[in-house]
Design a binder for this molecule. Structure first.
Ligand SMILES: *Cc1c(COP(=O)(O)O)cnc(C)c1O
Length: 310
């Protein structure tokens, strides 16, 4: 029997119709309120539990932020050491938050792929388990609990809006919909321009790697989505959209003013869809937005992004 989940059943809010340009009330699933600050604890927690049940005594994870915090939180809750490998681009604040949660931090490489390769190598050398931040079936299963919770509250929704980095969250939402008999509920997958690896791959008809990331939404900065994620639109209705960094930041600011909660631009990308793509939302009655959260935000950062972009 798997142990009790580490994540919380988060609140579900309903906006008024005039909250967004879509002119309809939106369901907001508040995963920003997870103890790790983002939805990541759902899948990462599940995967860490699985590894420990199978004998792991140590965990390695590569991450630029929120997956690392989630793994650190899981390791502390489950009582085993965790090491997070982060690329040099990860801010000092995020590194300190990971360390404060109780994990060791190693800085390696300049991009996620380099940090990830090193984490795999180190896990092998130390006979430890390696936890991928977005590409593992159990991770998707764990992320899918957000849909179980919304369904459990009898909330009527007819599309789900989510942001996409490597696509673990998207895969989890699709898994959650399918196991709840909601295979016909479309998912609108949002990325910021400059981090739109899914959008570019779908346009090209093949899974491509972006040459680089030029968006401030660093949690969406996977240069390439997982193969499973690229294949998802063959099995589930998915629409890929993009928003600008400025639109994502505007959505974060509006959400902060309305609900007094700070979220990363990576999360703003999903929130922005209701204002930027009302044409798409016109086809639905009750959109659900996954408010995925993120710790890489502060009043100061939001202010700086606002001054630069808006
Ligand atoms: C990880 C993350 C994402 C993207 O999730 P993927 O599973 O990589 O697609 C989006 N928003 C936040 C805040 C994240 O931490």
């Amino acid at each position: 029997m798997p142990s009790a989940p580490l994540h919380l059943d988060t609140p579900l809010f309903r906006t008024s119709a005039d909250y967004s340009a879509s002119n309809k009330p939106l369901w907001l699933k508040l995963d920003a309120l997870q103890p790790s600050g983002s939805f990541k604890l759902r899948g990462v927690g599940r995967l860490c539990q699985h590894e420990i049940e199978n004998g792991a005594q140590e965990i390695f994870c590569a991450s630029g932020g929120n997956a690392g915090i989630a793994a650190a939180y899981a390791g502390r809750a489950l009582g085993i050491p965790v090491t997070i490998v982060v690329p040099a681009t990860t801010s000092a604040e995020v590194r300190q938050s990971i360390e404060a949660t109780g994990a060791a931090v190693i800085v390696h490489g300049t991009v996620f792929d380099e940090a990830n390769a090193f984490a795999i190598e180190q896990a092998k050398a130390s006979n430890a388990a390696y936890v991928h931040p977005f590409d593992h079936p159990l991770l998707w299963k764990g992320h899918g609990t957000l849909i179980d919770e919304v369904v459990g509250k009898d909330a009527d929704f007819d599309c789900v809006i989510t942001s996409v980095g490597g696509g673990g969250l998207l895969a989890g939402i699709v898994a959650g919909l399918q196991r709840n008999g909601l295979s016909d509920v479309p998912v609108i997958a949002s990325e910021t321009e400059g981090a739109a690896s899914l959008h570019a791959s779908l346009a090209a008809g093949e899974r491509i790697a972006l040459p680089g990331i030029s968006s401030i939404a660093s949690s969406l900065g996977a240069r390439q989505v997982a193969q499973h994620v690229f294949d998802l639109p063959k099995h589930h209705p998915i629409e890929s959209v993009t928003v600008t960094d400025a639109q994502a930041v505007a959505a974060c600011l509006k959400f902060a003013d309305a609900y007094r909660i700070l979220v990363e631009p990576a999360c703003g990308a999903a929130l922005a869809v209701a204002d930027v793509h009302p044409d798409i939302l016109a086809r639905f009655k009750n959109p659900l937005i996954e408010v995925c959260g993120g710790i890489g935000v502060s009043l100061e950062k939001l202010k700086a992004w606002k001054e630069r972009l808006l």
